[in-house]
Design a protein around this ligand. Structure first.
Ligand SMILES: CC(=O)N[C@H]1[C@@H](OP(=O)(O)OP(=O)(O)OC[C@H]2O[C@@H](n3ccc(=O)[nH]c3=O)[C@H](O)[C@@H]2O)O[C@H](CO)[C@@H](O)[C@@H]1O
Ligand SMILES: C=C(OP(=O)(O)O)C(=O)O
Length: 419
């Protein structure tokens, strides 16, 4: 298992291009199954989860040419509608195969998906929504078997604005007979990206980015070419890193308007940020202020995926900051590791009280999941001495060559590979 070693104390300087968004690319690659022609998807990041999605598409019989950052999928000769269990288990996004397989082939057999262990992560909203669209669903021996004669439009209300359920149901509804209305839909930029991709192929999805989606089913989708949006979580992580270390970094290929809540909190913490349409400059002298309250929430709220990296920042911001995690019930696993590095954080249920300390000290710490791992690398960038982040494979699920990206900005970061 790889580890990442970080020597703290170097300000970050320079320019970096942010790669395409993992959380947009994954559902879009699943959606290529819906097309009757070839799809070419550009700016797909080179990440472990993407490789798993490519393996799944190939296992189903699609012909996939994967030359990062471009993926070409020809799904005209699908031979199988069951996703192999060993691939299902490797990531949460394997659940995205359900909607497209059902819509196009009237059958899908999957097991429960894997993914970051940040809470119980049920899939009840996916299953309830698919049932409303006309799927009959049986769950036995750990497998979920769904079939239908043809999906039909329905009025669906999501009890919580689940990103994954919104995407799965959108993909199922584009080929359903009639109109589907999804109420309390998620509004994340990745939802808009998926809707834009589907519409490029001839689907009729309206309202993406708002809380009600209206999807008018069509007979079939054609192929097409599409470029994925920049990864707002990678951009946010880098902006937080610069804010902590001090320095001056220009991020290219970003959409600052996707980062509203994060930029507000960084400015509150004393960081200077200039934004253009797809560029952002972050400047900091490394002297941060505590922020009163960070509360994660569905978009446009503060993203739960940046809660851990932001907590690394707050752990060295003088004063008391309060962080409330409202999206996932077990997303504080980085706290014990930050405390191992000298942070002063107390957790009460889903609220963390962070008392900023003057300095962190390097230690051997464990990445429990993707964003927790990134947070520990960020903490290492400002810690005295050496930090070794174990289980670095979690970080590779969401950041393309994170160590190299940071080295390019002057950080002293090394990957220690173990066979
Ligand atoms: C691949 C991808 O895009 N992953 C993102 C996606 O995950 P994911 O799509 O899994 O997250 P959801 O938006 O579905 O989850 C939000 C909340 O809804 C609950 N829930 C979800 C589905 C369901 O059927 N029932 C239910 O109760 C979850 O337990 C959680 O508490 O959105 C999360 C929230 O922004 C991000 O942290 C993940 O990075
Ligand atoms: C939780 C995440 O990913 P996933 O939903 O794929 O587990 C994430 O990207 O932070």
């Amino acid at each position: 298992m790889d580890r990442i070693a970080v020597e703290g104390g170097t300000p970050l300087e320079g320019t970096v291009r942010v790669h395409g968004a993992k959380n947009a690319a994954l559902p879009i690659l699943a959606a290529t199954l819906l097309a009757e022609g070839v799809c070419v998807v550009e700016d797909v990041p080179d990440l472990q989860d993407i490789r798993v999605m490519v393996d799944i598409l190939r296992a189903l019989g699609a012909s996939v040419d994967y030359s990062p950052p471009v993926v070409r999928v020809d799904a005209r000769r699908i031979s199988r509608t069951e996703v192999p269990e060993e691939l299902m288990r490797q990531m949460r996004s394997s659940i995205f195969l359900m909607g497209p397989l059902l819509a196009r082939y009237c059958h899908a057999r999957v097991s429960r998906p894997g993914g970051c262990t940040i809470g119980s992560r049920p899939i009840d909203l996916h299953l309830k929504g698919l049932a409303a669209l006309g799927a009959s669903i049986d769950e036995v021996h750990g497998y979920i078997d769904c079939q239908t004669r043809r999906l039909h439009g329905a009025a669906i209300y999501l009890d919580t604005p689940s990103v994954g359920a919104t995407e799965n149901l959108m993909m199922a509804a584009v080929l359903a007979e009639g109109t589907t209305v999804i109420g309390n839909a998620a509004r994340e930029p990745e939802i808009v990206d998926l809707a834009n991709f589907l519409n490029r192929l001839g689907a009729r999805v309206e309202g993406a980015g708002e809380d009600t989606l209206v999807i008018s089913g069509v007979q079939g989708l054609i192929g097409g070419r599409y470029a994925i949006i920049p990864d707002r979580i990678v951009a946010g992580t880098l902006a937080i890193a610069v804010s902590m270390t001090g320095g001056d970094v220009t991020l290219e290929n970003v959409r600052p308007n996707h980062l509203g809540a994060v930029l507000t909190k960084l400015r509150e913490g004393g960081v200077e940020i200039e934004t253009g349409r797809d560029i952002m400059r972050v400047r900091s002298d490394g002297k941060l202020r505590a922020v009163e309250q960070v509360r994660t929430a569905p978009y446009p709220g503060f993203p739960t995926d940046l809660q851990a990296p932001f907590m690394a920042l707050l752990s060295v911001a003088p004063g008391m900051s309060i962080v409330a995690e409202t999206v996932f019930e077990e997303r504080f696993k980085h706290v014990s590791e930050l405390c191992r590095m000298g942070a002063n954080i107390r957790v009460d249920l889903r609220t963390a009280f962070v008392q900023g300390v003057p300095r962190l000290t390097g230690a051997v710490v464990q990445a429990s999941d993707l964003r927790a791992g990134a947070a520990l690398v960020l903490a290492g960038l400002v810690a005295e001495g050496t930090t070794v982040v174990e289980q670095a494979h979690h970080i590779d699920r969401g950041y393309q060559q994170f160590d190299e990206m940071l080295r390019g900005l002057g950080a002293r970061v090394r990957r220690l590979s173990q066979s």
